[in-house]
Design a protein. Sequence first.
Length: 123
Amino acid sequence: MILGLLMLFGYCFMMWLIFFKLRLAKFGIPQAVIGVFVGVHLLIIFLIGLRFMTPLATEAKVIQHTIQLTPRLPQPTLLMAVLVEPNVPVRKQSSQVSISAYCALGLVSAVLLRQNSAVTHCL
């Protein structure tokens, strides 16, 4: 990866030196096409290197601990309120949420009954 970076910077330096600083050759359309072609292929080295080198790590570290807001319950529940203020540290043992233990099917049927009764009252 470092070798590819050195090659890319060396290539850019040589292009600048030959065509612009020392003016050893005229910079025209054919030279620009060839220069871009070679430069793009040097950039592909980084894509190939990133594909193989990115997941390489000798040890993993936990950056930030997260707190589970809703506990795992055996039945579907409804989250009523989150009892955490913005920008205030949360203690591990404090109550952070208010949950209603209504069964999801009962809640859906209650909502449907309310909608049906609202429709009958409107008619």
